[in-house]
Design a protein around this ligand. Structure first.
Ligand code: ADP
Ligand code: GN1
Ligand code: MG
Length: 359
């Protein structure tokens, strides 16, 4: 803790840093809440530089996006307290390199929280409004300013090839214990190319998107019942809005936690799906092309399939990507995603009808 207080003190915070503690439930970065005397609270992150190999490019993106968001919010007389700002180091750098690690600091957004439980339909609708607004904001963001922070992030064909490669290498001899799960993904290989091909042919437009729209990446003000801030901007890159819609459904339209071991508790919720579709389409519906509208429901299946396959790949590889808290954690996560894909496959027609209703 003493060491982390020293690290945090190297940023240009107001007040004296007195406490640094682990915070949040992200799978990628190490996140810390920083308390000061005489100043506000801050949020410090040790950037996962195994995942984000080019930290300089990553931080250029984040600085550009947060500055743009700040200016747009100011121009629209919005609440600037809800905007994330990068706090520079005392020597004016946008991030700190220390002992081979990379740290950054943001203002801590007060009065709003990540929902880490099952959301109510109204909360989930609000999260959709938040991500929808963010998508609109990004629509006018100059794409040429962005670096690709993780190559082929939602290229499901590449993800599938990585999965096969992991199976071939099988470094910890884990493959033998997940034959059913492996077969599940293999029999659905045809899902992988669908959106990738539509992007390549221009049938679906490439837009600047968030790419990690899971429920806990939008802060909700539960007193005012409004979406406050979209966070976790590491993967803002060119992508498809179908992915952004789909990943929110994957993470939020479910009755169980992402790592629930009792799969009887994990069901896809059409009620939550409808709440999200309503909120999201109310914000971005007018901008969507007919093909995008048509693919939103499939996007939910695809993102759940992809995430499940990524969890299983990481399990086979020895848990080198997603943070785990117990043995078999990534396999448990893969299993909930499989359960959700199975449920969604049965509901696809109903999902499509709901999307049409709000478009
Ligand atoms: P990861 O990439 O590991 O998911 P996130 O950037 O999502 O990391 O941060 C982890 C958690 O920290 C979030 O889910 C959220 O609860 C909290 N958080 C992140 N940034 C802020 C912020 N600026 N203000 C308040 N809470 C934040
Ligand atoms: C990771 O960073 P976090 O926890 O918000 C991952 C997402 C996955 C998600 C699964 C950069 O999101 O792609 O969908 O875990 N982020 C990255 O929970 O890989
Ligand atoms: Mg996150």
């Amino acid at each position: 803790m003493e060491k982390l207080i020293n690290t945090a003190s190297r940023f240009d915070c107001k007040g004296e840093v007195v406490k640094v503690e682990r915070y949040g439930h992200g799978h990628i970065n190490d996140t810390y809440l920083v308390t000061t005397i005489g100043g506000p609270r801050y949020l410090m992150q040790r950037i996962n530089h195994k995942v984000f190999k080019n930290v300089k490019a990553l931080m250029e993106n984040i600085v550009n996006i947060t500055e743009y968001t700040y200016e747009e919010t100011k121009r629209n007389n919005g609440n600037l307290n809800t905007v994330m700002v990068v706090i520079p180091t005392k020597s004016g750098e946008k991030y700190l390199e220390e002992d081979g690690n990379f740290y950054r600091m943001y203002n801590f957004i007060e009065g709003a929280l990540s929902i880490e439980r099952r959301a109510t339909p109204e909360e989930f609708r609000l999260s959709a409004v938040g991500f929808g607004r963010f998508q609109k904001l990004l629509d006018s963001f100059p794409a040429e300013k962005l670096h690709e922070t993780i190559k082929d992030f939602h290229n499901t064909v590449v993800r599938y090839n990585n999965f096969i490669k992991a199976l071939e290498e099988d470094p910890l001899d884990r493959k033998k214990d997940c034959a059913e799960e492996i077969a599940f993904f293999k029999t659905r290989k045809h899902y992988c190319g669908r959106i990738v091909n539509m992007l390549a042919s221009g049938e679906i437009p490439l837009r600047v998107t968030h790419n990690d729209t899971k429920l806990n990446n939008v802060l909700i003000d539960l007193d005012a019942m409004v979406a406050s801030t979209v966070i976790d901007l590491d993967t803002v890159m060119p992508g498809s809005i179908v992915y952004d819609f789909g990943d929110s459904i994957r993470s939020g339209a479910t009755t169980g936690a992402e790592d629930e071991k009792d799969l009887s508790k994990v069901n896809f919720s059409l009620e939550l799906f409808e709440a999200y579709a309503e909120g999201f389409i109310s914000e971005v519906g007018e901008r969507l092309t007919e093909t995008e509208k048509e693919e939103l429901a499939f996007g939910a299946i695809l993102m759940t399939f992809e995430c499940g396959m990524r969890f299983l790949t990481d399990h086979i590889n020895g848990d080198t990507y997603f943070r785990i808290h117990r043995e078999g954690h990534n396999l448990d996560r893969a299993r909930t995603q499989i359960k959700l894909v199975q449920d969604m496959e049965k509901s696809l027609d109903k999902m499509k009808a709901i999307v049409r209703k709000y478009c």
